[in-house]
Design a protein around this ligand. Structure first.
Ligand code: AMP
Length: 548
């Protein structure tokens, strides 16, 4: 029997519509940016939309065609925001790149994504000049600055000033409409084994995610909010805030590279920030500064903390001493990123404060649009009893089904459906609150950034005195986790801690070098010969890293 179809307009969900909406309905609302240069830039959504249109024209003039990738190496700022819209809105694919990665890894990612244009902040000019000979696909380099900041000389061919490019355009441009499933942006994650992998978002997934994150029980942001994303725009699109803010017409405040406690505090106060989001490590800096100066926040009401487990003590400090509500959130690059947020249900309101806190310390409930399940060792679904702990899998319209240009599907089957395995181990209670208990993926997360344990092990194994090496995460009060290298020396070989750590120099980014080395006679293995990371982590549970 033929179904009766809905008779609503077919209007594709387009990223450009977010900014167009903001320009029309919140045209005078400000976007304030602290620039690399240290000064403050301020303009409105109306201005931003016009400049994004000019950028779309400029990118076309540079020869960009549908789905060409536009890479960015940039901090949180208004030009980066314009590229979000100018690139995606015109049918190109925004590719935000994490500048904290080791240069060779950045080059690998740019080549894998085949970026045609690379836009970068002034801070990254030396890095880009160094990398350029390795970048096979990049035809145009765009320095995100005005003419006065252009270098007198540069080794970069086809180097353009962002402002010059915009100045040459008239802005008479109509945002195109096309299939909402078209790729809009790509983010690489190092949170998997092997080389970084790209998660390709679509216009549709991005818009649905923006609706989802704005809901009251999610981030609960609205047009009266002033939003400062501390989380970088190169880390899963600043958790979606540059899309949600124009959707709801909220003022945006961008901190640029100035992420120390003092700079953030001053910017929050000056711009009357009410809502923020970031990983635990940045909050530590902010709290320490405010405490030392005996300062309080006069406008900041709520903050989302995620990317790593938020320490309960941090939640308490922010709430009790600073009156800032903490929303603990969990997600991942492959999920755009939002999955769960800890917000109380009505029935929890009657509980004593301590019991409420224990609920809010969990990673929280899935927002509508994300479904979760727990998988046991035998591949069976586990009950939501708060006790059974298993591999956490998810599905939903803003969860990836495959990685960019990887043939093998990461999905697994459960109860007749396909699910994305998160690599996190969790329990879910009867109220549907999820709590991460461990991680099955072999990576270490330090200050919100991934360190590949396999990469550390490969480097260590290249040392002639090393028989076997294993890198594991060790708890750290500031960085959440730091790498500890467990090493078995070759019989008769001599190797000190300093020699081992010195071997990492120049082979990996400084912040990824292990904090400590533990020499052992033997590393535990499974029957199939794999290193038993869980057992190793248990063995070194109480290990005190130097300086922690
Ligand atoms: P990323 O793709 O870099 O955003 O990293 C996602 C991963 O970070 C998740 O799979 C978790 O392992 C970890 N993660 C994110 N948020 C949390 C959280 N609130 N608590 C514990 N781990 C988290």
């Amino acid at each position: 029997m033929a179904r009766l179809m809905g008779q609503m307009m077919q209007m594709p969900l387009m990223i450009s519509s977010l900014l167009r909406h903001a320009a029309r309905h919140a045209g005078d609302v400000e976007i304030v940016s602290k620039r690399v240069e240290g000064d403050i830039h301020r303009y409105t959504y109306r201005d931003a939309e016009l400049r994004a249109r000019k950028l779309a024209q400029a990118l076309a003039r540079l020869g960009c065609e549908a789905s060409d990738r536009v890479g960015t190496l940039a901090w949180n700022g208004y030009r980066h925001f314009e590229i979000y819209y100018g690139a995606s809105g015109s049918g190109l694919v925004l590719h935000t790149i994490n500048p904290r990665l080791f240069p060779e890894q950045i080059a690998w990612i740019v080549n894998d994504a085949e970026d045609r244009v690379l836009c970068f902040d002034l801070s990254f000019l030396p890095l880009v000049e160094k990398l350029a000979p390795q970048l096979r696909s990049v035809q145009h380099f765009v320095l995100m600055a005005g003419r006065s900041h252009m270098p007198a000389q540069s080794t970069l061919a086809n180097l353009h000033s962002y402002e010059d490019l915009l100045e040459a355009e008239d802005g008479v441009y109509h945002w195109p409409e096309f299939d909402e499933n078209t790729a809009s942006s790509i983010c690489y994650t190092s949170g998997t084994t092997g080389n970084p992998k790209g998660a390709v978002y679509s216009h549709r997934s991005t818009l649905l995610h923006s609706y989802g994150l704005s809901m009251p029980d999610a981030m609960g942001v609205g047009g009266a909010d002033v939003i400062l994303p501390v989380v970088p725009m190169f880390h899963v699109n600043a958790w979606g805030t540059p899309y949600a803010a124009p959707m709801i017409g909220a003022k945006l405040v961008f901190p640029g590279p100035h992420l120390d406690g003092k700079s953030l505090y001053e910017l929050m106060e000056a711009e009357k920030v009410s809502f923020s989001a970031g990983v635990p490590t940045v909050w530590l800096g902010l709290i320490n500064f405010a405490k030392a100066q005996n300062l309080r926040f006069s406008t900041l009401k709520r903050t989302v903390i995620g990317g790593s487990a938020c320490p309960p003590a941090m939640m308490r400090t922010l709430e009790d001493e600073f009156g800032v509500e903490v929303i603990h959130a969990w997600g991942m690059t492959e999920m755009s990123p939002l999955g769960t947020l800890a917000r109380l249900k009505a029935k929890h309101r009657e509980l004593p404060v301590e019991a409420q806190r224990r609920i809010l310390e969990k990673q929280g409930k899935a927002i509508f649009g994300v479904d979760m399940a727990l998988v046991g060792d035998e591949g069976q679904a586990l009950p939501w009893d708060g006790q059974s702990s298993g591999n956490l899998v998810v599905r939903g319209p803003w969860v990836i089904r495959s990685y960019y240009r990887r043939d093998e599907s990461p999905l697994i089957g459960l109860d007749g459906q396909q699910w994305f395995p998160t690599g996190d181990v969790a329990a879910i209670d009867a109220d549907a609150f999820m709590q991460i208990t461990d991680r099955s993926k072999d990576v270490i997360k330090s200050g919100g950034e991934w360190i590949s344990s396999i990469e550390l092990e490969n480097i260590a194994m290249a040392h002639p005195a090393v028989l076997e090496a294993a890198a594991i995460a060790c708890a750290h009060p500031k960085w959440d986790e730091r790498p500890l290298l467990v090493v078995v020396r070759k019989p008769g070989a001599e190797l000190t801690r300093e020699q081992m750590l010195g071997f990492f120099e120049g082979r990996i980014a400084k912040w990824q070098v292990p904090d400590d080395v533990a020499f052992v006679d033997e590393i535990p293995h499974t029957a199939t010969g794999k290193i038993q990371k869980l057992k190793l982590r248990e063995m070194f549970k109480g290990h005190k890293l130097p300086g922690s």
